[in-house]
Design a protein around this ligand. Structure first.
Ligand code: GLC
Length: 538
């Protein structure tokens, strides 16, 4: 392997990445919680799907207040996931199968049980005091008006030392102080530990939140409601971009590693903010989730607008990545509106995801169209769900166990699953869909295969033929040597489509045509919710 640099055509640009929520992927020891040995067991499935890398949500030692996003030791695997030996075996076997491994890295906060925080909170003069964000209160009140993302003040009074500490999420997740002189270097050592072990990169949790205003100014309040804030002093501070640059320097000391930042903005899908973190030359992260596809309305023009805005915002060398869903949101198939034709809409969305310019990320289960699962109150596990029920049920409904087959618990566990499986586990599962040529799973497999066989789909330019206003989104992917056309009908109506003069299409793949119908065309009728990919001939 050669040294990484931003110009190089590398795996994370042309590859497809699969996001595993480890508690729910595959259990191997019957305790009802997915684990590393379970992932090892399913590497064959992932290889057959055709993906190039996996991003695994956190598996570090954790009290599991936020299911791993509260880390108490960055160098240990949590016993619920397995052991360090299991992890090194996963890494080795994944690499043998040609699958890269990306870990989640949580820089904004640790668990309150992390030894750093225990030390930091032990006295006002502790050497690690400044590793976290401590402040005096004001007349018995928190230091300022900052709100936590999970509701309430972001400050918690520590009785022992009489100061408040900042927690942007739950109080068991104290925020680290990235303005401290020592902390960044120490934290980078934790990342180095995994890089030295051979992991291929990191997904950087809430990376745009890590630095806060130096002067601790109050956030502006919206509509006079204290809980509604414009997070200008708690998000997207310049210092976060500087840290990202340092992370890039660290990764560049290794071959071929990648960083993908979670840039959750308010309003979501603020492409310009997300793009600020991306590589200009070699000084930013490699990829950023901007959430714009996720929050787009089901409408060809709306998708066109978000895609174009995202691409136009990217710096010259910036490379997009695209995603339909993740472990914090509703399942994509249930976001498509009106509860009609959801399977067909999921196929249109899959074709979009896998034919756009940029690295596609697939959330586990999306490839079989897993639905949100209703979780009864007594079985809610997500702390957000517990806190806000019945207003908000939490995030469990999109984190239920993977549906593999018709065996008990969908083949996920022989024990009692930590979250209930969806009722449809017998009719919607991997085994079932493997046997159905027109299933969503086979569409995903075929699209990934097609993407791999086509230079233009992997790295060609994106050239829209229209703006989607008539319900069809059509675009070319072009390398100069090869031109592919993608036609997506977002409507339930038949449409006719004509190629520009002198151009002909030859169907390569279609949700509505059999291979016998893969003819040459200049003009064609597009069925409701049809997704078709063609080779263009002059
Ligand atoms: C990110 C994670 C989410 C977690 C939060 C706090 O948004 O995706 O699951 O709760 O950060 O770490």
């Amino acid at each position: 392997m050669t040294k990484n640099n931003s110009e190089k055509w590398t795996w994370w640009k042309h590859g497809v990445i699969y996001h595993i929520y480890p508690r729910s992927f595959q259990d191997s020891n019957g305790d009802g919680i997915g684990d590393i040995r379970g992932i090892i067991r399913r590497l064959g499935y992932l290889k057959e799907l055709g993906i190039d890398g996996i991003w695994i949500s956190p598996m570090y030692a954790s009290p599991m207040i936020d299911f791993g996003y509260d880390v108490s030791d960055y160098r240990q695997i949590d016993p619920a996931s397995g052991t360090m030996e299991d992890f090194t075996e996963l890494l080795q076997k994944a690499h043998e199968a040609g699958i890269r491994v990306i870990l989640d890295m949580i820089l904004n906060h640790t668990s309150s049980m992390h030894p750093w925080f225990i030390e930091s909170s032990s006295s006002l003069t502790n050497a690690k005091r400044n590793w976290y964000i401590w402040k005096e209160g004001v007349m018995g009140h928190p230091p300022n008006n900052w709100k936590s993302a999970v509701g309430g003040s972001a400050w918690k009074l520590d009785e022992k030392t009489g100061q408040y500490y900042l927690h942007s999420f739950f109080e068991e997740q104290p925020d680290l102080n990235w303005r401290d002189a020592e902390l960044p270097g120490v934290f980078f050592e934790e990342m180095k530990f995994w890089l030295d072990l051979g992991v291929d990169g990191f997904r950087l949790d809430v990376i745009n939140l890590i630095a806060k205003d130096k002067k601790f100014r109050n956030n502006p309040v919206l509509l006079g409601i204290p809980a509604l804030q414009k997070h200008i002093y708690t998000r997207n501070r310049k210092r976060s971009v500087t840290v990202v640059t340092q992370i890039r320097e660290l990764l560049d000391r290794y071959d071929d590693r990648v960083s993908v930042g979670e840039i959750y903005t308010n309003p979501p899908g603020d492409a310009k903010s997300a793009a600020r973190y991306l590589a200009k030359g070699t000084n930013g992260i490699h990829l950023a989730f901007d959430f714009s596809l996720i929050f787009s309305r089901w409408n060809a023009h709306a998708y066109f607008t978000s895609i174009k805005t995202w691409y136009d915002s990217l710096p010259e060398e910036g490379w997009p990545c695209n995603v339909l869903s993740n472990h914090d949101l509703l399942r994509s198939i249930d976001r498509f509106p009106w509860r009609t034709n959801r399977e067909e809409k999921a196929k249109v969305a899959a074709t979009l995801l896998l034919t756009l310019k940029g690295t596609p990320f697939i959330y586990y289960g999306e490839e079989i169209g897993m639905h949100n699962t209703h979780i009864p109150k007594s079985q809610i596990r997500d702390p957000l769900g517990k806190k806000f029920w019945p207003l908000f049920n939490g995030r469990d409904s999109a984190r239920t166990p993977m549906q593999w087959n018709r065996e008990p618990n969908g083949g996920f566990t022989t024990g009692l699953p930590w979250l209930p499986l969806n009722k449809d586990k017998h009719s919607r599962n991997v085994r079932q869909q493997e046997g159905e040529p027109d299933s969503l799973l086979n569409l995903y497999r075929n699209l990934i295969k097609l993407r791999k066989s086509s230079q233009s789909l992997q790295h060609g330019s994106w050239l829209p033929l229209n703006n989607g206003k008539d319900g069809i989104l059509a675009y070319f992917r072009n390398t100069g040597h090869e031109r592919v056309l993608v036609i997506l009908n977002f409507t339930g109506r038949q449409k006719s489509f004509t190629l520009p003069e002198h151009l002909y299409g030859k169907v390569l793949m279609s949700t509505h045509r059999t291979p016998e119908e893969y003819s040459y065309f200049q003009k064609m009728q597009i069925s409701p919710y049809e997704a078709t990919v063609c080779m263009v001939i002059e």
